[in-house]
Design a binder for this molecule. Structure first.
Ligand code: ATP
Ligand code: MG
Length: 352
């Protein structure tokens, strides 16, 4: 898609951003007279229309890179950078992820296909992908902005997360996984703390599904994948067949790390961490799975982790099964408020 390809030269008289946001609905669509924005992009609808606007099609006028201003860089990953951007007309914030990638035409088509899957996601626990472009050797993806950053960022500030909050976080991640696995038949493949994003409303959402598949498939061979293998299930490491249970393994490791404050596998020689990553791979495949120390955590939490990190995927529970695990309802009486926990435990967030 070419830059600035909207062809929209209409003069808009929009209310200030805080007014516009009042029209934001649960589904992520907002409308004010002549402007309608949702996950498929931005479009102009006729002014004064009393009828409901026609549904937005991806082929309609869409948001382009020319419509956004860069505010600042908010994160860096292996594949590229993530910036906080603002939509020029509405003031709405988005995250723009730019992945540098010089690729062939056929790989580009495959990426477009993968990103379409992302764009059609409709789940409150999956980060919305509004638009994606391929331009001049880079893939740009406009994502829902999550103002609390990632769980990895948050964990750096708080060191560890108490069980009641972890139960509330787990419920949301499991809902996202149920949507991916059972409604969409998608395996995330790269579940890790930096791919779980949080916001000041206390929401937790999964991001970057499909991105690891793109990176793997376009880098030629799966073993040239650049990313972390830390959360990868034993069956994936040995190159066997894997399914959605592979994400459940990763979830178990992520939650255990959040609870204890450190990655569950420790190098044999307690030195500077895993200098040789083959050693870590070997430990994941060969050693008994990690567990939550029973003297520090509730039996319910220990059992939940164990239900996730069984080495044989057949012994692992699925996301819907885990949703009924007693750990998730253990702290229901506390009415945990994740919103104030995220707001108060970390440092001030960008748009508060
Ligand atoms: P890797 O490249 O190894 O997968 P990563 O997941 O940290 O690592 P990115 O996905 O590029 O890499 O994200 C980098 C950082 O940008 C995240 O850790 C997070 O802090 C921030 N970030 C990513 N997406 C968003 C978003 N939608 N809203 C707010 N912050 C985001
Ligand atoms: Mg990521």
């Amino acid at each position: 898609m070419k830059k600035g390809g909207l062809g929209l030269n209409l003069k808009l008289s929009l209310p200030p951003p805080e007014e516009v946001s009042k029209f934001l609905t649960q589904s992520g669509t907002f409308m004010d007279g002549d402007l309608l924005v949702n996950k498929d992009g931005v479009r102009i609808v006729s002014q004064g229309s009393v009828e409901a606007p026609p549904p937005i099609k991806p082929t309609d006028n869409q948001m382009s890179l020319a419509d956004i201003d860069t505010i600042k860089v908010i994160g860096k990953g292996n594949g590229g950078i993530v910036q906080l951007v603002q939509h020029k007309w509405t003031g709405q914030f988005f995250a723009l992820k730019v992945i540098q990638m010089n690729i062939e035409e056929c790989a580009r088509r495959q990426i477009a296909q993968e990103l379409k899957i992302n764009q059609s996601s409709q789940c409150p626990h999956i980060v919305v992908c509004y638009q994606s472009f391929y331009d001049n050797g880079a893939i740009s993806i406009i994502l829902e902005y999550m103002d609390g950053g990632s769980l990895a960022d948050f964990l750096k500030k708080v060191k560890s997360i108490p069980e009641p909050y972890l139960a509330a976080i787990s419920k949301q991640v499991l809902q996202g996984l149920i949507y991916l696995h059972h409604d969409r038949h998608i395996i995330h493949r790269d579940l890790k703390p930096s791919n779980l994003l949080i916001n000041h409303q206390g929401e937790v959402k999964i991001t970057d599904f499909g991105v690891s598949a793109i990176m793997a498939s376009t880098s030629g061979q799966a073993n040239t994948f650049v990313g972390t293998y830390n959360y990868m299930s034993p069956e994936r490491i040995i190159g066997g067949k894997y399914g959605s249970k592979s994400d459940i393994w990763s979830l178990g490791l992520v939650l255990l790390e959040c609870a204890t404050g450190h990655f569950p596998y420790t190098p044999r020689e307690q030195e500077e961490g895993w200098t040789n990553f083959y050693e870590l791979m070997e430990a994941i495949v060969e050693e008994a799975p990690p567990s939550a120390p029973s003297d520090e955590f509730s039996p319910e939490f220990c059992s939940f982790i164990s239900a996730c990190v069984q080495k044989d995927p057949k012994d692992r529970q699925s996301a819907p099964e885990l949703m009924h695990h007693p750990f998730l309802s253990l702290y229901d009486d506390l009415n945990v408020d994740l919103a104030s926990y995220f707001r108060n435990a970390g440092s001030p967030l960008a748009t508060f």
